[in-house]
Write a protein that binds this ligand. Structure first.
Ligand code: FES
Length: 163
């Protein structure tokens, strides 16, 4: 599999690299990875290779970032990505139960904390860190839509609303 960046992505990355002095371009690594993920939905090994060449570092340096930060993905996600907040307030308000319930509905493994995707590639689920609405937990996102105080009725509505 190869990675062919779009003209937009090439321009965005080139522009990001101008923000740092010569020899310090590695500081743009996270921004570059975000740019790739926002265009492609994930960051393949081939994309890391391309980006490392642009930045002037080794692909391994980017791989370390992708595997360290939970918001960066190595795998192609499903059409709808569900993110369940697992930070303290939401965890206390039922975030773990919410994750378990969603996994059970989607026939995914509730014990797995990383990204997992249904066989039909319709849904992916993963945990997220604080989504900045700690008083209304448990909270979750479905792609760019945000949901508060999610209970079983609401999860059925959310999943049902995904075509
Ligand atoms: S702890 Fe979940 S939104 Fe802050």
């Amino acid at each position: 599999m190869s990675f062919t960046p779009s003209e937009n992505l090439k321009q965005e990355v080139a522009e990001l690299l101008t923000h740092y002095p010569e020899g310090e371009q590695r500081s743009a690594s996270l921004m570059v990875l975000h740019a790739i993920q926002s265009e492609a939905g994930y960051i393949s090994k081939e994309a890391m290779q391309w980006a490392a060449g642009e930045i002037g570092i080794q692909p391994l340096n980017l791989y370390e970032l992708v595997t360290f930060y939970p918001m960066l993905r190595e795998e192609q996600p499903g059409k709808y990505v569900l993110k369940v907040c697992r930070t303290l307030s939401c965890a206390l308000a039922g975030g773990m139960d919410l994750h378990r319930s969603l996994c059970n509905k989607l026939k995914l493994d509730p014990k797995k904390h990383g990204l997992q995707t249904t066989e039909d590639k319709k849904f992916s689920i993963e945990f997220a860190e604080c989504l900045a609405s700690c008083g209304t937990g448990p909270v979750m996102m479905c792609n760019d839509d945000f949901f508060e105080a999610v209970d079983d009725t609401k999860t059925a509505e959310i999943l049902g609303g995904c075509e």
